[in-house]
Design a protein around this ligand. Structure first.
Ligand SMILES: Nc1ncnc2c1ncn2[C@@H]1O[C@H](COP(=O)(O)OP(=O)(O)O)[C@@H](O)[C@H]1O
Ligand SMILES: [Mg+2]
Length: 375
């Protein structure tokens, strides 16, 4: 029997748990042409959520486009990636679709490429220098135009949207805002995971996207729901787990979608033969999970300055501490408050720490746990 706990890539079908409130709300917003801004830390399930919602509204007749902007590191790449995503949403590259593509992007040159699996899709050639400025409005209007032609409502989801904040100038950002504003028939969903970049785009009154949509933060999964899913999955596999053990797993995963799936996955593998999970198995499962993730944590630590590293370790020992207090600084030999201030800023920009009221907290609670255990 296949392990039902899935982690890593986005999840669909059976592996997608709950989020029914968010699914309902988002689907309604899309129907209404509302723009939505979805922020969460990495691995909280943004991509899974939006792909599930897009799948649902597509069945209801909405034209849907999903764009992953993570690789769109320059303006030119942005054009290529968005054009490809839009043309993919029109269907398999037949002659008819090719004509539609040419109509939508008159300045780009489409070509059909066959991938390894035999899947055909469009790619686009263009003269980067001359075409960038003139093709951008065409491109940004394409979905609106197509939706009008088909008398449909449309939805475009930009995943990892914060990447556009890295471009050399703000032309894409400005043009997008101007063009999208006029599209009553399209709902734009902006998803992002790097807080400092993403926040800057939407919260800075001097930037084009300020107040440009409804904010929908994506939190952890409710523990009560997690327990239900864990119970069902283990039961399906004929693996016995008492209510106490189920609670223990759910609480160790702390409602964090990725870590809960990972812990579930490990326990399934470890306990499938013995058909039973004990409290001790859960404890060992957590150790295994941290061991597995350790490689990633090590890499993160390697990329930090000594001061940042010391501060993280110190904070993992005393998560409740006020880091600028002289007591904390001297106990952990952290030097001056101003240097710690700089280190903090760096850690926030690297998305490792968050400021929550007057405290600093780890964005990833398991990174904190791993540091504590490494001691
Ligand atoms: N609704 C969900 N139900 C179950 N697991 C989820 C859910 N959302 C996310 N996950 C888990 O978290 C992992 C990361 O999800 P993903 O959608 O890629 O997050 P993000 O886009 O926020 O980084 C998935 O591989 C899965 O293990
Ligand atoms: Mg994602």
């Amino acid at each position: 029997m296949k392990n039902p706990f899935v982690y890593g890539e986005e999840v669909t079908g059976e592996a997608f748990w709950n989020r029914s409130q968010e699914v309902k709300e988002l689907a309604r917003d899309i129907q209404n042409g509302q723009n939505v801004i979805i922020f969460s830390a990495r691995r909280y399930g943004k991509t899974s959520l939006i792909k599930n919602v897009l799948g649902k509204v597509k069945k209801e007749g909405i034209l849907t486009v999903y764009v992953d902007l993570y690789p769109a590191i320059t303006r030119e790449k942005f054009i290529e990636i968005y054009a490809k995503a839009v043309s993919r949403s029109l269907g398999k590259p037949t002659q008819k679709v090719l004509e539609a593509v040419k109509r939508l992007f008159p300045k780009l040159i489409p070509k059909i490429v066959i991938r390894g699996e035999g899947e055909a899709e469009f790619e686009f050639d263009y003269e980067p220098k001359s075409v960038f400025k003139t093709s951008l409005p065409d491109l940004l209007n394409a979905v609106h135009k197509r939706a009008q032609e088909e008398k449909k409502t449309a939805c475009v989801a930009f995943d990892e949207f914060q990447e556009i904040a890295n471009y050399a100038d703000s032309e894409v950002e400005k043009e997008m805002r101007t063009v999208f504003q006029a599209h009553r028939n399209v709902s734009y969903i902006f998803l992002g995971s790097k807080k400092h970049l993403f926040g800057r785009i939407f919260q800075d009154p001097n930037r084009p996207f300020y107040k440009s949509g409804k904010h929908m933060p994506l939190g952890r999964l409710p523990i009560i729901e997690v327990k239900r899913y864990l119970k069902e999955r283990f039961e399906d596999g004929g693996i016995q787990a008492s209510p106490e053990v189920i609670s223990d797993i759910a609480e160790k995963g702390a409602g964090h979608p990725y870590y809960t799936q990972l812990l579930g996955h490990i326990l399934w593998d470890e306990c499938f033969e013995q058909k039973r999970i004990t409290t001790k198995d859960v404890e060992e499962g957590l150790d295994k999970m941290l061991l597995r993730e350790g490689e990633l944590y090590e890499t993160i630590l390697d990329g930090l300055t000594p001061k940042q590293k010391n501060l993280l370790v110190a904070l993992s020992f005393e998560p409740e501490a006020r880091v600028f207090s002289s007591q904390f600084l001297s106990r952990f030999h952290l030097g001056s408050a101003s240097s710690v201030q700089r280190a903090c800023q760096g850690l926030i920009e690297k998305d490792l720490l968050d400021r929550e009221s007057d405290r600093l907290v780890f964005q990833d609670p398991f990174f904190c746990l791993w540091l504590q255990r490494k001691r």
